[in-house]
Ligand binder design. Structure first.
Ligand code: ATP
Length: 460
């Protein structure tokens, strides 16, 4: 039953490619193409049984980080549909555009800023060499209509970011929850962008989820809190258990800085297709609330009652992360192929997702060695005892080695195997995913052992 006997060469690893991630994601129920039976809907993806668990857990780690571990941050769940004036005030109607070119020959559409400069200057299609159109601005917001009459009067947008829902509620939250500056508002939710290029699986999609936190500070304190939040966000990723050497900072240069931003940094991750933005930390100055005050006609100044009722428009430090993009990062980061044995002339490899136990879709799998002789019933009873506190799976079909491999592929950090000895002395085998080490633990001590293993977990 043991796979610890397997001959391991710790250095033996294979490269991670996006094809492998996409294939595993489908095979194991993490991510499916949207509307696949109709040929698929580009820019949209469905999260299967493993994917939704992973996504919810990443969201939970982020939410805990923001709201539970920071006393001065509260949550919000604002509507996707907002008053259209919101997007005029925010600058999205005017500025939320990508430069777009079309090829007259092959009819493909490109983002002009992603084409080689020399080719763009010559108006040459990067795919077929055909002639490109002039560059035009393309607004990324999805428009729809609200109300029974579609005459343009009911124009409404699907929000392209969650941040504006926070800004328009800032005064409500100050008043209802007696928040004092500095404080933050955190939100997780869907956002929609009519992206021209939706390559690289779930990296850039038209429908996605964001995890944003907007931190309101006194003007003058912004540089200090901007530095503080950069540090906080960096540390978050080490808690998520990802390879820190695959992360780096990128500071926006003068040409990249958004018109409202005083300073901006991105955290980038080295995805299989290269270094790409994972999330942004931005000093947005007092642009947002100044604009909403102007467009709504409502006084959005903060009244500092502890300082002689001093009034000011707060500066905002934003931490803006993509939940679905973070999920892709976690998938890429966890993916590993490891040589576990030599089988005759063939090598034996396992695919293992090295998720941190806090985000793994299944925390513990319970596996009876055999279905017969009461082992299945015993295993079911043990699973029942763990269910309340852990996310569990139960599998009694097939050879134990194959069952371990399946759990490795979905990234289950712990397997508990019930065998004949369990019937005699109440002990079970606890198998650790990363090391494949197996130890015998009494079933009454299982819960405590699992809790300790989760708390002490470090990435191998
Ligand atoms: P880009 O320049 O790549 O289009 P952005 O700088 O406009 O992205 P932000 O508006 O700062 O991105 O959004 C914050 C975060 O939301 C990004 O770091 C990313 O994680 C996520 N995000 C943005 N657009 C998408 C998308 N189309 N699909 C998935 N995630 C996205």
């Amino acid at each position: 039953m043991s796979d610890t006997a397997a001959k391991r060469e710790p250095g033996a690893q294979r490269e991670v490619s996006m094809e492998k991630i996409v294939s595993l994601a489908k095979r194991r129920g993490f991510v499916f193409q949207s509307s696949e039976i109709y040929g698929g809907q580009s820019g949209a993806w469905d999260y299967g049984p493993m994917g939704v668990e992973l996504k919810n857990r990443i969201a939970r780690v982020w939410w805990k980080e923001m709201t539970q571990l920071h006393d001065d941050i509260v949550g919000l769940d604002a509507a996707i549909l907002m008053h259209p004036r919101t997007w005029e005030a925010s600058g999205h109607v005017e500025n939320f555009t990508d430069p777009l070119v079309d090829c007259k020959k092959c009819k493909q559409r490109f983002r002009a800023d992603m084409i080689d400069e020399a080719k763009l200057a010559k108006k040459e299609c990067p795919e077929c060499g055909g002639e490109l159109t002039d560059t035009r601005k393309f607004n990324l917001m999805f428009k729809t209509n609200i109300g029974p009459v579609d005459d343009g009067g009911g124009l409404i947008y699907l929000r392209p970011e969650t941040a504006q829902g926070i800004y328009v509620n800032y005064k409500n939250i100050v008043q209802s929850n007696r928040m004092k500056i500095p404080f933050g508002i955190a939100q997780i939710g869907k956002a929609f962008r009519n992206e021209i290029v939706t390559k690289n699986f779930i990296f850039r999609t038209c429908e996605f989820e964001q995890m944003e936190m907007q931190y309101f500070v006194k003007p003058g304190d912004d540089d200090r809190f901007f530095a503080y939040w950069r540090e906080q966000r960096w540390n978050y990723f080490s808690k998520l258990g990802v390879k820190m050497e695959k992360l780096r900072w990128h500071q926006h240069g003068p040409g990249e800085l958004a018109h409202y931003a005083k300073d901006a940094y991105d955290i980038e991750y080295e995805f299989p297709m290269g270094w790409k933005e994972l999330e942004g930390v931005h000093n947005r100055s007092n642009y947002d609330l100044t604009r909403h005050q102007e467009f709504s006609g409502k006084d959005l100044q903060y009244i500092d009652q502890d300082n002689g009722n001093e009034r000011y428009i707060p500066f905002i430090i934003e931490t803006s992360a993509g939940l679905t993009r973070q999920l892709l990062m976690v998938l890429c980061d966890a993916y590993d192929e490891e040589k576990v044995a030599d089988k005759g002339t063939e090598d034996d490899w396992r695919t293992v997702m090295r998720f941190h136990p806090n985000v793994a879709p299944v925390t513990v799998a319970v596996l009876p060695l055999m279905k017969k002789d009461g082992l299945a019933e015993l295993a079911q009873g043990i699973r029942q005892g763990l269910k309340e506190d852990f996310s569990t799976d139960y599998d009694q079909a097939g050879a134990i080695g194959r069952r371990y491999r399946r759990q490795d592929e979905i990234g289950t950090p712990f397997c508990v195997t019930i065998d004949y000895q369990t019937k005699e002395d109440g002990t079970v085998t606890l198998r650790f995913r990363d090391s494949m080490e197996q130890v015998r633990v009494h079933k009454d001590e299982l819960e405590a052992s699992l809790r300790k293993a989760i708390k002490d977990y470090t990435r191998a």
